[in-house]
Design a protein around this ligand. Structure first.
Ligand SMILES: Nc1ncnc2c1ncn2[C@@H]1O[C@H](COP(=O)(O)OP(=O)(O)OP(=O)(O)O)[C@@H](O)[C@H]1O
Length: 367
């Protein structure tokens, strides 16, 4: 399956993930957490990766810098500025971490060292990667604190002396410390309250735009990604099931799963947000025991018999848009691809209906 585009386009992407698969070996068998994923981030652009817990988002984030545990087996290619991270020698990989790409993890309290002053922690990657005098490092740390909206005196503080939002600002300062060309933000606001979440998202988004940094942002909240990113990839059960321009995937999703995610997280300030958020019944499948055919079929309100026989690929679903769902195929395309034709009369809700089967012409208003 491919979200990548043609070869020329891939050469111009700062990050190109090609056919990435990650399987964890466990005592009770193999867990295929990521299955043949392609992602592409052009220089200076922001890609959002969305999906429920367990769909493989964090596995991808960690794989990008080879930070996965030794029980993980990876295949495919992860091209960072044309160099494959998966085949890099350790010395090169150490140089690429922080300076080529850096990660902002969820939950800063767990990522920061509780017994070291935050100034020293921000200084660490700079000392590791750059030949600078102690005075230069102090100046750089002060500048970084200022960029993330913290007074430079906070350099002397310990993590427990800061609020959750301030700690996340420190994580962002660390991520920026070595002027990376890509920032991977894995649920960067999960543990924060809603007002602080918005501030932190604005901060990251503004900083990466100002510095021309590319970003891959991971979240379960499609509306946050639609507000922050240029393009979106929606994941389900270890695969990308829809990919396209962020606002289009959010406002006119083509895959029933994207539709359900979009309905679950209405956008603040959008007229559609007057609709009550709708949950998606059921749970994602166990990656070690996936259903036959489309993995989303057991939860899909638009499922048809043919979905049990067809493992959909990411098919074209509009200009620069792809979705892994038989409903995006015309009858002619289905015949050409060997996909069973659609039944004469729909067996469930038509494909252009929201995931809960409600009529889109009759939005559910909050009164
Ligand atoms: N170290 C591991 N060993 C075995 N299985 C793992 C390991 N880490 C993750 N998994 C499994 O891989 C799948 C993908 O997990 P992952 O954490 O990447 O998903 P996620 O979408 O990031 O979820 P969350 O939002 O909860 O972090 C899940 O089924 C998870 O249980």
């Amino acid at each position: 399956m491919s979200t990548g585009g043609n070869d020329a386009a891939q050469r111009t992407n700062f990050l190109a993930v090609e056919d990435l698969s990650v399987t964890y070996r466990t005592g009770s068998g193999d867990v295929p957490a990521v299955r043949g994923v392609d992602l592409a981030v052009a220089p200076g652009t922001k890609l959002g990766v969305a999906g429920e817990s367990g769909c493989g988002k964090s596995t991808i984030a960690l794989a990008l810098l080879r930070l996965l545990p030794s029980t993980a087996r990876m295949s495919g290619r992860i091209l960072l500025d044309g160099e494959d991270v998966l085949t890099m020698k350790w010395g090169r990989l150490r140089a690429v971490r922080w300076a080529g790409a850096s990660i902002v993890f969820q939950g800063a309290m767990h990522s920061l060292n509780a017994v070291r002053r935050i100034g020293d922690q921000i200084a660490e990657p700079i000392l590791l990667h750059e030949q600078r005098t102690p005075a230069e490092v102090r100046t750089r740390v002060s500048a970084l604190l200022e960029q993330v909206g913290l007074p430079q005196q906070r350099a002397a503080a310990y993590p427990h002396e800061l609020s959750g939002g301030q700690r996340q600002r420190v994580m962002i300062a660390m991520a920026l410390a070595c002027n990376p060309r890509l920032i991977i933000a894995d649920e960067p606001t999960t543990a924060l309250d809603v007002m602080i979440q918005a501030q932190i998202l604005r901060l990251i988004s503004g900083l990466v735009s100002d510095h021309g940094i590319s970003m891959l942002m991971i979240s379960h909240d499609l509306s946050v990604l639609a507000d922050t990113c240029d393009r979106l990839a929606v994941m389900y059960a270890g695969r990308v099931v829809e990919e396209g321009a962020a606002h289009e995937v959010f406002s006119t999703p083509r895959h029933p799963y994207s539709e359900a995610l979009s309905a679950a997280f209405p956008r603040i300030g959008d007229p559609a947000s007057r609709r009550r958020p709708r949950g998606l019944p059921g749970d994602p499948p166990d990656p070690a025991a996936l259903p036959a055919g489309c993995s989303f079929r057991p939860r899909c309100p638009a499922a048809q018999d043919r979905c049990a026989e067809t493992d959909p690929a990411l098919w074209r679903a509009g200009a620069e848009r792809r979705a892994a769902c038989v409903h995006v195929l015309s009858d002619e395309q289905a015949v050409e691809l060997g996909v069973p034709p659609a039944p004469a009369a729909p067996s469930a809700a038509p494909p252009d209906r929201p995931a809960n089967g409600a009529d889109p012409a009759q939005p559910e208003e909050i009164r």
